[in-house]
Design a binder for this molecule. Structure first.
Ligand code: NAD
Length: 499
């Protein structure tokens, strides 16, 4: 693999990815592509002390000036889009198109954050007292700890870092131990941005490569004002508890068991394309992957047979090669979990098509699978579990309201969609009585969000929001100010406290 060429194109020194420590194997072919130095949990203390110091300086820099650093970062990401996208593909196994898309998402959030750096607006509030003014103001909160998952190894850092930095915070990142090379590259790009910017405090944005014990330090240390954690619900439960224990703030972006409803009025061509991308793309390893499909009984047979035909045409193979649509699973453990879920689906009355491991020439050690369709008699226990692999559970429905209930029966609440041309169904799905997810789409699949909207979901997805809309408020502390410019001291609620 051309790892040296890729790293040198981004100015990453060989010493950073050919070190002693954590060895990195590509899911593409099982080949060792590097090794990175790791830190121990005990070393995190010094990094946090430096981060606090950096925060105390950075908050003095005016927000639009802070935006200038993020603008430079966005420019560098444009310059390095190709090598960084290829590195994502090599290390996470997603196709190059999606690796490039992930870097584009980083660029987009940088652009968004630059604009935001001049729009961290507060409110003016009418006071009930004469000669008084009330306002709501927003202030930096401190160190923002970012814990990220393997499947979006670079974009998730940028969603958090770009906003946290313009909001006046410092950043400490604990990337997934499965994708440390992309983290090393992103840190090198960030270091270059800081050096071009010229006036950022030392340690403003740091990366701590290590195991979950390093992540645990971020959750337990009161110096970390916000912990933004992306990963499994199991991880989020531990992180949420640890941060709540010390009354810190957490932004949790956890698992999803996302559904789609295909109405009898749906534009079927559109629906099939939407299903295919969201169920098979990234080999089913997106938090927003379509996992449960409810199809109106009158169109079920036709749609499912067409879907199977399309599944048979998906080009599975080396994700670095042009034309491949589906790459490998991240590792053997992921493959084993997929097989066990398919066995459970069969035990629970399902009919499974696909799911077998396939051999890709030159990539014999990669875990490549055929995407699976499991036709289920009902929403059984296995259907209600997130298996991070390309398994689509398909079920029939008769009544639209029942399909919405089935959508909402998941413990998770990340993303959802309906394909319909019926206005009433579309409005119902997105109404108070509709989908209970953080993302509810009409006539597009549940995956592939744009950065402009707030991203995240309810229930066991954790409730956090990142990226667009007013998600920036999660990275700041809010103060309510009452300013008395009169010569009197009237009390609120008309209380008389005179001597
Ligand atoms: P994971 O939970 O195994 O690991 C994620 C990160 O958490 C890693 O960096 C890991 O070291 C760290 N970690 C684990 N336990 C920890 C603890 N107790 N304290 C602190 N840190 C800890 O997840 P994964 O396998 O890398 O990713 C797949 C999961 O992530 C899926 O469930 C997927 O749905 C979810 N995900 C969610 C989103 C979202 O935005 N909602 C985005 C991407 C992935």
């Amino acid at each position: 693999m051309k790892i040296d060429a890729i790293m040198s194109a981004m100015g990453v020194p060989a010493s950073a990815y050919q070190a002693q420590g954590l060895e990195v194997f590509s899911p593409v072919n099982g080949e060792k592509i590097g090794a990175v130095a790791t830190i121990q949990a005990s070393d995190a203390d010094a990094a946090l002390a430096l981060s606090v110091k950096a925060f105390k300086e950075w908050r003095h820099v005016p927000a639009p000036k802070r935006g200038e650093l993020v603008r430079i970062l966005g420019e560098l990401l444009r310059k390095y889009k190709q090598p960084l996208g290829e590195l994502v593909s090599m290390e996470a196994g997603k196709i190059v198109q999606e690796g490039l898309g992930e870097v584009q998402e980083m660029i987009d959030i940088c652009d968004f954050a630059v604009g935001l750096s001049r729009q961290l607006y507060g409110l003016t509030i009418a006071s009930e007292r004469p000669g008084h003014r009330m306002a709501e103001t927003w202030h930096p909160i401190g160190v923002c700890g970012v814990i990220s998952a393997f499947n979006f190894p670079v974009a998730v850092w940028s969603w958090n870092a770009a906003l946290a930095l313009v909001c006046g915070n410092s950043v400490v990142w604990k990337p997934s131990e499965k994708t440390p090379l992309t983290a090393v590259a992103v840190q090198a790009i960030m270091d270059e941005a800081i050096s071009l910017f010229g006036a950022a405090p030392e340690g403003l944005s740091q990366t701590l490569i290590g195991g979950r014990d390093v992540g645990e330090v971020l959750t337990k240390d009161a110096r970390v004002g916000i912990v933004s954690a992306t990963g499994s619900t199991e991880m989020g439960r531990a992180v949420g508890l640890a941060v709540a224990q010390r009354f810190g703030r957490s932004i949790l972006e956890l698992g999803g068991n996302n559904a789609g409803i295909i109405s009898e009025t749906a534009d079927l061509d559109l629906a099939l394309r939407g299903i295919l991308f969201s169920a098979v793309g990234t080999a089913g390893q997106r938090c927003t992957t379509l996992r449960r499909l409810f199809v109106h009984e009158s169109i079920y047979d036709g749609l499912v047979s067409k879907l199977k035909e399309l599944y048979g045409k998906v080009r599975i193979g080396n994700p670095l090669e042009n034309g491949t649509l589906m790459g490998p699973l991240i590792d053997k453990a992921s493959f084993d979990r997929m097989q066990s879920a398919l066995a459970s689906a069969k035990e629970q009355g399902g009919q499974v098509t696909g799911g077998e491991r396939i051999t890709v020439a030159g990539c014999e050690n990669g875990y490549y699978v055929k995407p699976a369709i499991a036709e289920m008699p009902a929403q059984t226990a296995i259907v209600l579990q997130e298996t991070f692999a390309p398994i689509l559970y398909v079920m029939k429905y008769t009544n639209f309201e029942e399909a919405i209930e089935a959508n909402n029966a998941s413990h998770h609440g990340l993303s959802s969609c309906v394909f319909t041309t019926n206005l009433r169904e579309a409005e119902l799905f997105t109404s108070d009585f509709g989908s209970d997810c953080g993302i509810a789409n009409v006539n597009i699949g549940p995956s592939g969000a744009e950065i402009g909207g707030a991203f995240g979901g309810e229930k066991e997805t954790g409730g956090g929001r990142e990226s667009g809309s007013d998600a920036w408020k999660g990275y700041m502390r809010r103060a309510t100010n009452t300013i008395n410019y009169s010569k009197e001291l009237p009390l609120a609620q008309g209380i008389d406290f005179s001597l």
